[in-house]
Structure formats: structure tokens, C-alpha cells
Design a protein around this ligand. Structure first.
Ligand SMILES: Cc1cc2nc3c(=O)[nH]c(=O)nc-3n(C[C@H](O)[C@H](O)[C@H](O)COP(=O)(O)O)c2cc1C
Length: 190
């Protein structure tokens, strides 16, 4: 358990541009998704689902991103279009986490969305425990209706994030963290 705490204390995201193969194989990915889905979920609604991108699906989706980007930015140059075309090829595995939060008589949508966030974090933590590097990205294509349609999202589904999973040539250094005294208070009554 000390190892697990140490992992949590050291875990860092790796920027997708610095990722290298390999990513998780099929069995590892299946295990990661199973772990990711083990989150607190008020009302047992499973208000989230996964869309997995591996192999050629990544370049196929890259073509969708490129076409949409071009539509939105007709003046985009070849360098910009290439960035879009290759986005999902930065990592061997990309997992889209979709929030399916819907109005419910007892469970606020906010709580359902938080559960989707927990899924994303579980995926990052489990990936690190398996020895992989990962990053949670939204970027522009998480907030675009045409891309939502291409992903097969149905209203009111939305993207909670894309989790890029790969390996790291070099582990990232630490980043600044909030000072605990700035974020912790102890309630002592009124
Ligand atoms: C919901 C969400 C969306 C994010 N989207 C982006 C993004 O689009 N681009 C980006 O550079 N970082 C994004 N990040 C930040 C990185 O995933 C990550 O927080 C940062 O690289 C450092 O995190 P670490 O403390 O895990 O190392 C996002 C984080 C969250 C929680």
C-alpha cells in the first residue's frame, strides 16, 4: 500500500506530444477500462461510457478532425491541418470518456458529471500503476457539435475528456502544486 501511496504522490501527466509507443495491449486496455469504471456512482446510473481509438481508427478520426478544422478555419495552412490530422496518433491508445448525465428525479446532473471525472482520473491512475504515461485532454474537438455527431454522441451526451495512453521516454518532472494552507481550512463553527 505504501507503493500505491507513493504512486499517487509521484503521478504526473505526460504531454501527448512527448508520448512514444507502446501503449496498453488489448488485455491491458480491457483491464484499465474495467478499473476506470469502478467509481462512485450515485444511484448506480453508469452515467458515462468509453469510445476507444487504437490502430487505424486514430488516423481515420484524424481525417475527421482535419476536415472539421478546415471547415471552421478555411485559411488554415498545411502545417495546422497536419497537426489536426495527426492528433490521435500522438498515442497508441486514446480513450474518449463520454458523460451521459441526464436529468434525474433524485441524482443531480452535477453528481453524474463528477462521476465521469472520477472515471477519467481512475484511468490516469491505473495507467500509471501499469507503467504507462497518460494525459487527460479536451482540446477544441471536445466542444464541437459536428465532432460530437461524428463520435456518435446523442444529446445530452458530452465529452468528459480524451485520455491519451502511451509510454514515456523520459518521466516528466514535478509541476507547481497549490500550497496546502491555501486550499485547506478546518471548520470551527460559527
Ligand atoms: C478536464 C480536463 C481537460 C484538460 N484539457 C487539457 C487540454 O486540452 N490541453 C492541455 O494542455 N491540458 C489539459 N488538461 C490538463 C492536463 O491533463 C494535466 O492536468 C496537466 O498536464 C498536468 O497534470 P498532472 O498534475 O496530472 O501532471 C486538462 C485537464 C482536465 C482535468
Amino acid at each position: 500500500m505504501e507503493d500505491f501511496l507513493s504512486l499517487l504522490e509521484r503521478r504526473r501527466s505526460l504531454v501527448a506530444n512527448e508520448m512514444v509507443p507502446p501503449g496498453p495491449d488489448a488485455a491491458q486496455l480491457e483491464r484499465l477500462l474495467r478499473i476506470a469504471a469502478r467509481v462512485p456512482d450515485h444511484g448506480k446510473l453508469a452515467p458515462w461510457r468509453f469510445i476507444v481509438f487504437t490502430g487505424e481508427a486514430r488516423s481515420k478520426f484524424g481525417a475527421v478532425l482535419e476536415a472539421r478544422f478546415h471547415e471552421l478555419h478555411p485559411d488554415a495552412d498545411e502545417r495546422q491541418l497536419a497537426v489536426e490530422r495527426q492528433r490521435f496518433e500522438r498515442a497508441p491508445v486514446v480513450v474518449g470518456v463520454v458523460s451521459r448525465a441526464t436529468p434525474h428525479a433524485k441524482i443531480p446532473e452535477w453528481e453524474q458529471q463528477l462521476s465521469a471525472g472520477a472515471v477519467c482520473q481512475n484511468l490516469l491512475t491505473a495507467s500509471a500503476a501499469m507503467g504507462f504515461a497518460s494525459q487527460w485532454l479536451s482540446e477544441w474537438y471536445s466542444f464541437d457539435e459536428a465532432i460530437d455527431r461524428a463520435l456518435g454522441l446523442e444529446d445530452p451526451e458530452c465529452v468528459a475528456g480524451f485520455i491519451y495512453i502511451a509510454s514515456a521516454k523520459q518521466a516528466p518532472g514535478e509541476r507547481a502544486r497549490p500550497a496546502m494552507e491555501d486550499i485547506v481550512s478546518h471548520w470551527s463553527g460559527t
